[in-house]
Write a protein that binds this ligand. Structure first.
Ligand code: PMP
Length: 461
């Protein structure tokens, strides 16, 4: 066995990493020339890298570290569960206590009659389940032709063939023959980027009506479901105008199509209530969950399904399942995460303290010459960068060039912020304290100032 440890020189770790480790969404060239940042430890909202830097994690990992790093209870629960029952499956009429307990707890927390959970290990897997589930539902009800699914451009629903097809990212569709047949994408409700001269409210209605038009174009008897994130995350934290979701709900009700809310980011407190569907006032038939379900301490996700759909699906055998569906260690750790979220009132605290503090902090950045506005819901936010605030203009450079420069300046200032195109994204652990939000804002301002200088230097402004 090789003895690769945190104590090795960073350059050596980077070279080995570039030689053998294939990274998601990364080029070999970047790995070889610059080397990946090696993260060695984390505590609370701070990461430590192999050079000893203390980095504020303004992204909660990949939007998942809701309770913050370093909670010992989570490790203890995992160790206990591994000693008692490290693995067993839930196929062929077997079950175990962690899966029973977690599904009951999720059913209690989710709204309405979302009372049934089909487990997966990730959001991608759960969305693949959803594709097969909604098509099977309508087939079992005698409507096999009701199989088309409508999603949105620039949505993110995962990276597997099915979930990547549901997603609306053209650069992902360009690789590997996506989307699969029967998936359609309407425009997103991105008023800042695409609203032009329309008022946000009119724009929200117009974009929602695209769903109605698509249903009419395909035929009501052909459409199984509409899927959307309550607030688009990876697409750039796009908070829809208030008029959008009520109109979407009306259309789903009117045409008898299933509504799937992808709560992988919004779920478990991110928007200030337990689920983004509650914040946005929608009633889904199915919710996709992952990330905040375990705060990233274990890989686990699932589809939370309403009574009627679960009954129809369960009436025959649903020929679908994953080796790790309801994995006992992942389920026990998720259960402990839900205990911490509830007993420490972390979701309530987002509404009363975290979200208002984050909003107040980020609003201070809106006067920066590069910042075109603030899009925020709970503790997910984006700051679109622009050369001209009033007209919400785009930069002349290739989209993403400026965002990338800013992301690198954030990193250099020991702050993780992500860029989606030229929008800067913030989504910190839900437990971040107001004084750490001050640190985040101060570092972001420095990064923005340095970006401004760099843009001038490169003649990009
Ligand atoms: N849906 C949404 C809304 C997501 O943000 C993500 C991941 N960023 C996924 C699905 C896919 O989840 P996973 O990466 O766990 O497969």
């Amino acid at each position: 066995m090789s003895a690769i440890t945190n104590h090795m020189p960073t350059a050596e770790l980077q070279a080995l990493d570039a030689a053998h480790h294939m990274h998601p969404f990364t080029t070999n060239d970047a790995l070889e020339t610059r080397g990946a940042r090696v993260i060695t430890r984390a505590e609370g909202v701070y990461l430590t890298d192999s050079e000893g830097n203390s980095i504020l994690d303004g992204m909660a990992g990949l939007w998942c570290m809701n309770i913050g790093y370093g909670r010992k209870e989570m490790a203890e629960v995992a160790a206990r569960q591994m000693m008692e029952l490290p693995y067993y499956n839930t196929f062929f009429m077997t079950t175990h206590v962690p899966a029973i307990a977690l599904s009951q707890e999720i059913a209690k927390l989710t709204p309405g009659d979302l009372n049934h959970v089909f487990f997966a290990s990730s959001g991608s897997e759960a969305n693949d389940t959803n594709i097969r589930m909604v098509r099977t539902y309508w087939a079992e009800k005698g409507h096999p032709g009701k199989s088309h699914i409508i999603s949105r451009k620039n949505a993110y629903h995962g990276s597997s063939v099915g979930s990547g097809s549901l997603g609306g990212m053209s650069f992902m569709h360009a690789q590997g023959g996506l989307p699969i047949p029967g998936i359609h994408h309407i425009n997103q409700p991105d008023w800042w980027g695409e609203g032009g001269e329309m008022s946000p409210q009119d724009f929200g209605i117009a974009r929602a009506r695209e769903l109605e038009n698509k249903i009419l174009e395909l035929g009501e008897d052909k459409v199984a479901a509409f899927i959307a994130e309550p607030v688009q995350g990876a697409g750039g934290v796009i908070v829809p105008p208030d008029s959008y979701w009520p109109e979407i709900q009306r259309i789903c009700d009117a045409y008898d199509i299933l509504l799937i809310a992808d709560e992988v980011i919004c779920g478990f407190g991110r928007t200030g209530t337990w689920f983004g569907s509650e914040t946005m006032g929608v009633r889904p038939h199915i919710m996709t969950i992952a990330k905040g379900l375990s705060s990233g301490y274990q890989p686990i996700g699932g589809s939370v399904v309403c009574d009627e759909v679960a009954e129809v699906i369960g009436a025959t055998e649903f020929n679908h399942g994953y080796t790790y569906s309801g994995h006992p260690v992942a389920a026990a750790v998720a259960m402990e995460n839900l205990r911490i979220l509830q007993e420490e009132k972390i979701v309530d605290r987002v509404g009363s303290i975290g979200a208002p503090a984050l909003k107040a902090g980020l609003e201070q950045l809106v006067d920066h010459p590069l910042v075109g506005g603030l899009s925020i819901k709970g503790m997910m936010a984006s700051l679109p960068l622009t050369p001209h605030k009033e007209s919400r203009a785009k930069f002349a450079a290739e989209p993403g060039t400026v965002g990338y420069i800013c992301r690198e300046r954030c990193f250099a200032n020991n702050l993780v912020m992500r860029h989606v195109g030229d929008r800067m994204i913030v989504s910190p652990p839900l437990v971040i304290e107001p004084e750490d939000i001050d640190v985040l804002v101060a570092r972001a301002r420095r990064a923005l100032d340095e970006t401004y200088t760099e843009l001038k230097r490169q003649d990009l402004l």
